[in-house]
Design a protein around this ligand. Structure first.
Ligand code: FE2
Ligand code: FE2
Length: 326
């Protein structure tokens, strides 16, 4: 049974105050959290109305506040539209270091995917990710970001939402490094971020199960790639490359993957790239039951024990672009 506190927490979401500086025509209330005698309450601090913005601006400028701020769940789409507007301004500002920009875009993407997986947000939430990936492509292609840098900002704890954003980022970086062209690179990043959306249709307790899976449970988990393809198709806003990444990222280059046991170039090039990034991120992040592998260790396993699963040219390119820091 849920307590009153849980219910309160479910109605609010943390936000990054900096994004409110751009102002806008849409207003929503901003809250902070207090706990008195074990009782959590969200207290109104300001609205994003220009008349209230001074309060927020002063707080940001003072740099003294460690307080987290929140908005009501129903205002998330307004907040995301302000956040993306703010990210757009930020990436064209030469005074802001590239690392800081990338980290901000990463954090917004994480928020979107977390909302989708953890809070059963509607498919509409996913559409915001397209805009954010567009911004990410601009940011990464204008700066010579080594792959090593990306591995420093990505989360090393495995959750479906962090894994999704990591794979999206790695795919995008692969597209830029191999000069795939801007549109393909954006699709690759977006498809990477959305490759596991089908997991939203599977019971979270099964996704997070620690012990060995029964055959039946494994079959259920496996259905996520077909579910993902169906979800993205039904949204009618994604291209075939993105849809095939969701549907084919568990196919193996030499066959015997799922759902269709496709072989070699029957698997789309985009899905073959996704497969490499998917496995790499799964190996290099930690879960409650396993440690994170170091990049070198992960690539060694991928190149030896798992080599039949990948398109060797993609794996080779990936190892090449991991850079001298490896
Ligand atoms: Fe998957
Ligand atoms: Fe995955």
């Amino acid at each position: 049974m849920k307590t009153g506190i849980d219910e309160q927490e479910e109605l609010f979401r943390p936000i990054d105050l900096e994004f409110l500086q751009v102002g806008g025509t849409e207003f929503f209330d901003i809250f902070y959290k207090t706990t008195t005698f074990g009782n959590t309450q969200f207290v109104k601090f300001a609205s994003s109305h220009p008349a209230h913005q001074d309060k927020i601006r002063k707080l940001i400028q003072s740099g003294e506040s460690n307080e987290e701020f929140y908005i009501r769940e129903e205002d998330l789409s307004k907040y995301h539209s302000l956040a993306t507007k703010s990210l757009r301004n930020m990436i064209s500002d030469p005074k802001i270091p590239f690392q800081e920009k990338t980290q901000k875009i990463y954090d917004v993407s994480k928020g979107i995917m977390k909302e989708f997986f953890d809070n059963n947000a509607s498919d509409k939430m996913l559409q915001t990710s397209e805009e954010v990936m567009d911004i990410m492509e601009q940011c990464l292609s204008e700066n010579e970001a080594g792959f090593h840098f990306l591995t420093m900002i990505t989360s090393k704890d495995y959750y479906t939402y962090t894994h999704s954003v990591n794979v999206g980022l790695y795919c995008m970086s692969y597209g830029i490094k191999t000069k795939m062209g801007s549109n393909d690179t954006k699709e690759l990043g977006l498809g990477g971020m959305l490759h596991d959306v089908g997991k939203s249709k599977i019971d979270a307790s099964l996704i997070n199960k620690k012990g060995k899976l029964t055959d039946e449970e494994f079959q259920t988990i496996k259905s996520h790639s077909s579910f993902g393809k169906e979800i993205l198709e039904s949204m009618q806003c994604y291209g075939l490359n993105v849809i095939r990444m969701a549907g084919e990222h568990h196919e193996k280059f030499k066959g015997n993957g799922y759902p269709n046991g496709l072989v070699g170039e029957e698997i789309s090039n985009f899905a073959r790239i996704c497969k490499v990034m998917d496995v790499y991120d799964a190996l290099t992040t930690r879960r409650s039951y396993k440690k994170a592998m170091a990049p070198f260790e992960a690539l060694t396993i991928m190149g030896k024990q798992m080599v039949d699963e990948f398109d060797f040219n993609i794996l080779k390119n990936f190892v090449h672009y991991m850079g001298p820091d490896l």
